[in-house]
Design a protein around this ligand. Sequence first.
Ligand SMILES: [Fe+2]
Ligand SMILES: [Fe+2]
Length: 280
Amino acid sequence: MDESITPRRFVEAFTYDIPKHWLPGNEVVSSLLNAYTVLVPANEAFYIRTLNACLPRITDASLRKRCQAFIRQEAQHGVAHKRYWENLDAQGYAYRGFERIVDRAIFKTMDRWAPLWLRASLVSCVEHINAYLGYEFLSQAMLEGADPRVKDLMEWHFAEEIEHRAVAFDLLQAISPSYPVRLAGAATTAALFYLLMTGLAVALLVQDGAFWRRATLRQAAAHLGSNHHMGRRTIRHLWNYLRPGFHPSQLGGDDLAAAVLARQVAARPPVVVAMAAKAE
Ligand SMILES: [Fe+2]
Ligand SMILES: [Fe+2]
């Protein structure tokens, strides 16, 4: 499924006229993905440091190659999301202090104190979360009607998360395959991810004065329940990760991801361009 992972650069231009709530009529989903955008670069830099630390232990040539392609994709995600931060700044959001605290207090602290097996397990679980979010957003066409530039950024990222979804899990199996290790990483990651995402999305909605509106509550209920069913789907995806026979390939979504990426490469001007292969 992911034998050929292609690093791509997101080249579409952003200007400063992107609306604050770029998914019309859904401030909740716009704010959740704005929070995702803020948290992505430090998060992905942590994956890259973790994979680089694991690489000397990997003897399988194919897995090494997939890890290297994964690192190049994640590096580009961080670059593109940081470009989008300029829009958040222009819109007047305060989030950079929070982002720095999260990076220092969580990711840099993990680098120092958490053993490599735990860091690899955290990355494996968060990569499952990235992949199922991508799967749900693409398969349910949740971004239909969104500002096309933000839609492109998010859909490119989601598609590549589906494309490389098995790399971190396979790496964890290679260096520390025990079930309690997977469990420890899953418990820590799921709690942290949803706490940070929800906390920051709420902070952005409060800054907009939108948090206490009845429409916001209705949108949150529709996202979690009646419309996108993300409450029960999230529980099911997390539960799947805990099954002893789990493998990320079981999620599916390869066709969805391939269709997004083919469309974005073929667009004129292109949304993303494939990067040249690196010499070994
Ligand atoms: Fe990513
Ligand atoms: Fe990823």
